[in-house]
Design a protein around this ligand. Structure first.
Ligand SMILES: Cc1ncc(COP(=O)(O)O)c(C=O)c1O
Length: 478
């Protein structure tokens, strides 16, 4: 037995893998990874794989980045961790200040969690509790979008509409309103806003918050939509006195072309980039940025961040909110405070890593991303004419396309076939997507386009007899 096989066998026996039907893991064992360097992962037999989905969208700068590692090592020798109740530390304070500054001070009062789902739980609880503290305890309902994804703890799952994750636990979940989601492929942004208006005008007094993924619904299969929807939604939430929670866990940290995806909504008359079908970039010179309209902030009431904020080094999540929400908790009365906590809240190593990530953005990462997005766009353009490819689309450093009649177990077969082309990639149902590390040069873009094309042709030739499988039934997800 090779070391590779030995780790596979031991892992299946000892580790309960996430998002995996373990009976299937016996047939398709996990890929043991010995080390990573830049965009590449290496197995125990020396084979390498380009991490095209940045390991569940977290490794913004690839693997074992020297700068991030140095920041963590320095923090490790100073203060790895101290509890954030009753104590504080410089990395958390600096990180909170820097993120708030990136919203022009519209949001702040950063509350730290650990994984993405814990940030979603925090935002939901803060929203409800702030209404309650203001004498509006009847505002206790939440609204999410069809096919939206916000994590898998019980609260986050209640505002997640992905059957494969949700169905088994449905009896345990609080009831959220699920509203039509915008989808540029359908051109239904106006209809989706009309559906939201209808719900808010009927239930507004009982609704605490609407939660959405900005610009791209990731786990739904990289469903992209226009920033005009975000502006319309902001206006509706203001009109009906409902909080807006913008979940940037997947799309924050420069992924869409701006640091916060929400920044596209601040640009009048269009997206900061040219929209879902074209490569993203920093806010373009032609349009003006509006942070408030008629004295009302155009920022959301909450932003959640996680994943890329530490560049794939340490688990960290956080929630930014407004002065108004914060003030609703300000009291001598302990029960009016936000008493939520996690043991690793604001972990100093994680905050040091996040500060190192922000250093990259201060040093011009968005400009680099705009150039890299353009390289991806050019390299993948020929795929648009492939007879089995539909809706080739891009928002900054997210590129996706749908496969026509993908066949049975397409995602799993594509994932396995891609390994032979030095590519680690996990389609969602019949949607192939890339969310690569921000390390794309012309050579990497050409490599990715070629590897995806070869894999696609190989998989489609295997599956010509396979029947189309409904996306939501596939176990091989995200
Ligand atoms: C938009 C969004 N919100 C929340 C989450 C949950 O994050 P985590 O898996 O870290 O709990 C995810 C994870 O994919 C996500 O994409």
């Amino acid at each position: 037995m090779t070391p590779q096989q030995d780790w596979q066998r031991r892992s299946v026996a000892a580790v309960w893998h996430p998002c995996t039907q373990m009976a299937r893991a016996e047939v398709v064992p996990p890929l043991p990874i010995a080390r990573g360097a830049g965009p590449w992962l290496y197995d125990y037999e020396g084979r390498r794989y380009f991490d095209a989905n940045s390991s569940w969208w977290v490794n913004l700068f690839g693997h074992a980045d020297a700068g991030l590692n140095a920041a963590i090592k320095a923090q490790l020798d100073t203060l790895p961790h101290v509890m954030l109740a009753g104590c504080t530390h410089a990395p958390a304070v600096r990180l909170a200040e820097r993120l708030s500054a990136r919203t022009g001070g519209a949001l702040g009062h950063v509350f730290f969690g650990s994984d993405g789902a814990s940030a979603v739980e925090i935002a939901l609880k803060q929203s409800f509790h702030s209404w309650r503290n203001r004498g509006r305890a009847e505002k206790r309902e939440f609204v999410c979008l069809k096919n939206g994804y916000h994590g898998e703890t019980i609260g986050a799952l209640a505002v997640t509409d992905v059957k494969v994750f949700r169905d088994a636990y449905d009896p345990l979940l609080m009831r959220a309103h699920i509203v039509e989601s915008p989808d540029a492929r359908l051109g239904n942004e106006a209809a989706a806003l009309a559906a939201m208006r209808e719900l808010l005008s009927e239930r507004g007094p009982h609704i605490a918050a609407v939660i959405i993924e900005p610009l791209v619904q990731g786990a739904a299969g990289m469903v992209m939509y226009d920033a005009a929807y975000l502006r319309g939604l902001r206006a509706l939430c203001t009109e009906f006195e409902v909080h807006l929670i913008v979940d940037e866990i997947a799309m924050g940290c420069g992924r869409t072309g701006t640091f916060f995806a929400w920044e596209h909504a601040l640009v009048d008359g269009g997206q900061a980039s040219a929209g879902p079908s074209q490569a993203g970039g920093a806010p373009s010179g032609g349009s003006s940025c509006t942070h408030e309209r008629g004295g009302v902030s155009m920022w959301p009431d909450f932003i959640t961040l996680s994943k890329g904020i530490t560049g794939g080094t340490m688990p960290l999540s956080l929630v930014l909110t407004t002065e108004a929400v914060y003030q609703a908790f300000w009291s001598e009365d302990v029960s009016r405070g936000f008493l939520h906590s996690h043991s690793y809240t604001g972990n100093a190593l994680a905050c040091a890593a996040a500060n190192a990530v922000l250093d990259r953005f201060d040093a011009g990462q968005l400009q680099a991303n705009a150039e890299q997005a353009q390289l991806l766009k050019q390299a993948f353009a020929p795929l648009a004419s492939h007879p089995r490819v539909a809706h080739l689309r891009q928002q900054g450093m997210v590129l996706a396309f749908d496969v026509i009649e993908p066949g049975l177990r397409f995602a799993e077969r594509f994932h396995l076939a891609a390994r032979a082309h030095e590519l680690l990639i996990r389609p969602i149902g019949g949607t192939v997507y890339l969310m690569p590390p921000y390390l794309i040069d012309a050579e990497a873009a050409a490599f990715l386009a070629r590897a995806v094309r070869l894999t696609l042709d190989e998989v489609l030739s295997q599956s010509s007899e396979g029947s189309a499988q409904p996306v939501s039934k596939e176990v091989h997800v995200a």
